[in-house]
Design a protein around this ligand. Structure first.
Ligand code: ADP
Length: 407
């Protein structure tokens, strides 16, 4: 089945067309800088020449129209008619407490996504815009919402409750939700294909290390804890997000720097993390290069990042009472031997031994084992594929008319 996968950010729309039976990417692309003076369109059909254009694109609706034009065009197109697409899968970041699974989108679902605007102000509004724009242009095709939070719905209360008055949970649903669910789900399932152990007995730790980063503890196939919380701001130090802080720091900053809530929000989301620590860049490649050139703050940013990974691994081994495998994924996890080495090299006391040579010499884009033969816990680099999870979910929901395929 051909599925169009859509991932809308505040100023971008990423898209993929995926053939779900063959699990094949037919085409992918992105429209960036929507609403800016000029927007950039990149369209990459498999086996055909890539296209890059600049154009004025004012909103998500226009972006969607451009994407459909590309998909149907003579030279770079991959569809003969819009009806070739049998389902549209939309990434929705926050499903609140309501969505434990992916769902067929109707007015009630759209309303619930809207109700979660306060929980994910940077993500849910553009996600809904994308849904509306796609439904207007593809009205006869089932649209499915796949939530980043859904996979973490199995968290037990002792993992998702915060130490604040319980009425705040009851009134406002303030609790840990967790994100990157499709990625943690996908990489854990790739591991299950490798092991003979019955799934119910498996214990794995998945580390999604990209611009946004989160770690999850997965027992018997279900997420039992994860580093991101009420919003994707918490947990690991990330590209531009602070990760966990002592909450008192927030009051202190507001007082000392004389700033208001919205500036604080922006500081913690856009100017903190690796960027804030280094004062140089949020991109790990740049930091590694500058640290090699002797920049102390870039090195410190890397040290904080890797130390945070170590601490999460240690605490999740305790939460799981053991660990069969650590799975590393996303931009940094898949591509940076330096960060993998630094994050995992001093954990031999926990039975975790990385093999430096395997770590250095693995083939990019492939699932590979990088632990030593004597390591009690295996370590794998597992390329993630969130779009495929969204496409398969959308295909199953569309053909099952609303039934959840999550297993
Ligand atoms: P997101 O999807 O959250 O935007 P990605 O999963 O694409 O993020 O990861 C982006 C991060 O991966 C950036 O910090 C980038 O520097 C890092 N990255 C990509 N390739 C490499 C590499 N070869 N070495 C180190 N870091 C890398």
């Amino acid at each position: 089945m051909l599925v169009l996968v859509i991932n809308c950010g505040s100023s971008s729309v990423k898209y993929d067309v995926i053939e779900t039976e063959e699990r094949r990417d037919i085409c992918r692309g992105i429209v960036e800088r929507i609403g800016a003076v000029t927007s950039i369109l990149k369209h990459e059909p498999a086996g055909k020449e890539r296209i890059k254009e600049t154009k004025v694109i004012n909103d998500h609706g226009e972006a969607l129209q451009e994407i459909l034009n590309f998909l149907l065009s003579d030279e770079a197109g991959v569809l003969s008619s819009p009806s070739d697409i049998k389902a549209v899968g939309h990434r929705v970041v926050h499903g609140g407490e309501m969505f434990k699974d992916s769902v067929l989108i109707d007015d009630v679902v759209k309303d619930a996504i809207k109700q979660a605007f306060d929980l994910a102000p940077l993500h849910n509004p553009p996600n809904l815009k994308g849904i509306q724009a796609a439904q207007e242009r593809l009205p006869d095709i089932p649209h499915v919402a796949v939530f980043d939070t859904a996979f973490h719905h199995s968290l037990p209360p002792h993992a998702y409750l915060y130490g604040i008055p319980n009425r705040l949970y009851r009134r406002h649903k303030i609790r840990k939700y967790g994100f990157h669910g499709t990625s943690h789900y996908y990489v854990s399932r790739q591991y299950y294909k490798l092991t003979d152990k019955p799934r119910k007995d498996t214990k794995v730790i998945t580390c999604h290390l990209g611009n946004g980063a989160s770690i999850a503890a997965i027992k018997g196939g279900e997420s039992i804890d994860t580093s991101m919380g009420f919003t994707p701001l918490s947990g690991m130090v990330m590209g531009t997000r602070s990760g966990d802080l002592d909450p008192s720091i927030l009051f202190y900053i507001m007082e000392k720097e004389e700033i208001q809530l919205n500036s604080l929000h922006s500081m913690l989301n856009r100017h903190s993390g690796l960027l804030g620590l280094s004062g140089y860049a949020s991109d790990m490649r740049d930091l590694i290069e500058e640290a090699r050139n002797g920049d102390r703050r870039c090195q410190q940013a890397i040290d904080v990042f890797c130390y945070t990974i170590q601490k999460y691994i240690g605490s999740y081994i305790a939460a799981l009472n053991g660990c069969d495998a650590i799975l590393l994924t996303a931009g940094i996890g898949e591509n940076s031997p330096v960060i993998r080495q630094k994050s995992l090299e001093n954990l031999d006391g926990l039975g975790i031994e990385i093999d430096s040579e395997k770590n250095e010499n693995l083939t990019r884009g492939k699932l590979e084992k990088i632990s030593s033969d004597t390591s009690k816990t295996e370590i794998y680099v597992v390329p993630t594929n969130e779009e495929l999870v969204i496409a398969i979910d959308a295909a199953k929901i569309a053909s099952a008319k609303g039934q959840s395929p999550w297993v």
